[in-house]
Design a protein. Structure first.
Length: 182
């Protein structure tokens, strides 16, 4: 009988320890209110395309073995290839606010290698992308995933992570949300 009681007591203590370790800790602040605290791994969620805010990009591109992290997104209308187009710029560093319109129009900072990023020209049926620096370009049908333009905001996801056309020298995997500049 004592052995059964000891086993039951051990199981109860183990269950109590397990329950305490799997729940967020609760502390009491000076106003006697319960405050939940979570570990950093519980608060970090993976970024989904819809969770980015206008002006944000997430992801990387690789040009000749160099990986560049992209964080900023800009969009506007400009003439490319002889017709009005939607231009999306994804950059590693923010563009100076007074330079955004000119950068969308003719990319002087990207072309001058003062900033690194991707330049997209998009319409309903096709897409062109150029790597800066490196100047590698691809064009074809619009392969952006979750792509849409709504209320002057453009969003999408481009995943050419295999670099198939270039034997892996140029590849990209990026998400973006950008307000279209007026």
């Amino acid at each position: 009988m004592k052995r059964h009681l000891a086993c039951a007591l051990c199981l109860a203590v183990a269950a109590l320890l397990l329950a305490c370790s799997s729940n967020p800790t609760s502390t009491t602040n000076s106003a006697n209110q319960s405050v939940q605290s979570a570990s950093p791994s519980e608060t970090k969620q993976p970024v989904q395309p819809g969770e980015l805010q206008p002006g944000q990009a997430s992801g990387t591109y690789t040009a000749k073995g160099e990986v560049v992290e992209l964080k900023h997104a800009y969009a506007g209308r400009a003439e490319r290839f002889g017709s009005p187009s939607l231009v999306v710029l994804l950059t590693e560093k923010p563009l100076p606010p007074d330079a955004v319109a000119e950068e969308i129009k003719s990319t002087p900072l990207l072309d001058g290698e003062k900033i690194r990023g991707l330049e997209y020209v998009i319409d309903e049926n096709s897409m062109w992308v150029r790597f800066h620096p490196g100047q590698y370009q691809e064009s074809g049908s619009n392969k952006l995933k979750d792509y849409k333009v709504e209320n002057d905001v453009v969003r999408g996801f481009d995943d050419a992570a295999d670099g198939g056309l270039t034997d892996g020298k140029y590849k990209r995997s990026v998400k973006f949300v950008a307000a279209i500049q007026k």
